[in-house]
Ligand binder design. Structure first.
Ligand code: NAD
Length: 299
């Protein structure tokens, strides 16, 4: 039986419509416009596209968005000084520095320089700590998007066996924490995990965040499982030179066995950006202590 396709584009569109209403209400009730600052260092083509997209989507929802571009050879001091200025700007509620950073700049120091309540990526150590304690901080956008997709598909996740493939600080680890707080029994697998296929076959929920094209095969899937594919891998055809984006999951095989699966593109990607918008609106409400406003990240 073919799996249901979890339509991330449609679910993200619903979420952004809701945030747009919340932003309108915020302006009407309190006269405040949420503001996002996006900092790009260097000329990386993929980063430029991501940043352009984030700024555009933020403005479409009626929020303010400012892009700051620094040259490739900007020093760490210059970047920290810019972050400090944005931290103090009362019109800006969300601040993100597009990663990866070029050259010798120390990524960890840069992330730690962001004011935690403006850290809409949820990467600051304070937000990491709050998430691990199950307290309200900022949840990173991709894990939050995965949670929303799972809740949309399954409702309660309580008691589910969840396998997270990948242990990165931006996806795998925070996602494992998020699922733990939903009362899943969570396993994290990584490049040194033994008997990976066998371990995956026990999972009711399998999330692949590895960065290896079509790693997850149909034979790794428990029949009826829900599979979320976070991977974004660009494959270029040697003959035609054309490139396409594929996930970490062998979609053809897995969709024959799983109960539901996200496509790539059109699954997790649109949710990540929608959750950035939700986090920006939410940061604004939190900074201004507006307890009467709806929670944009409600699932
Ligand atoms: P990463 O490189 O930081 O981490 C990859 C993880 O996969 C590591 O923990 C590693 O141990 C594990 N791994 C590598 N090879 C493995 C193997 N053969 N078997 C099991 N585990 C293995 O990557 P990341 O930043 O977490 O991103 C993962 C993927 O998700 C990438 O393709 C990235 O482009 C994509 N991504 C997508 C979104 C989105 O919005 N859709 C957001 C962030 C990342």
């Amino acid at each position: 039986m073919a799996a249901r396709i979890i339509d991330g584009r449609a679910i993200a569109a619903q979420l952004t419509e809701r945030i747009s209403d919340d932003v309108a209400l915020l302006k009407e009730r309190h006269g405040i416009t949420p503001g996002l600052a996006v900092v790009l260092v260097g000329q990386d083509p993929a980063s430029q596209i991501y940043v352009r997209n984030k700024v555009k989507k933020t403005r479409e929802l009626g929020m303010a968005s400012i892009r700051h571009s620094l040259p490739e050879d900007a020093s760490q001091e210059e970047l920290l000084e810019l972050i400090n200025r944005i931290n103090c700007d009362p019109k800006i509620h969300g601040l993100l520095v597009q990663l990866p950073l070029p050259g010798p700049i120390d990524e960890a120091s840069v992330i730690e320089a962001i004011r935690p309540d403006k850290d809409v990526d949820g990467f600051h150590i304070s937000n990491v700590g709050l998430l691990s304690r199950g307290k309200r901080g900022v949840v990173p956008c991709t894990p939050l998007g995965c949670l929303m997709l799972l809740k949309h598909e399954l409702g309660s996740l309580e008691g589910c066996d969840a396998m997270v493939l990948g242990r990165s600080n931006i996806v795998g680890k925070p996602l494992a924490n998020v699922l733990l707080h939903e009362n899943c029994t969570v396993t994290i697998a990584h490049s040194r995990t033994r008997n990976l296929a066998e371990q995956c076959r026990r999972a009711d929920i399998l999330i692949a965040a590895v960065g290896r094209p079509a790693l997850v095969k149909g034979s790794w899937i428990k029949p009826g499982a829900t599979v979320i594919d976070v991977g974004i891998n660009r494959l270029t055809d040697r003959n035609t030179g054309r490139s396409k984006i594929v996930g970490d999951v062998d979609f053809q095989q897995v969709s024959q066995i799983a109960g539901a699966v996200t496509p790539v593109p059109g699954g997790v990607g649109p949710m990540t950006i929608a959750c950035l918008l939700a986090n920006t609106y939410q940061a604004c409400c939190r900074i201004h202590k507006l307890d009467d406003m709806p929670d944009a990240s409600r699932v």
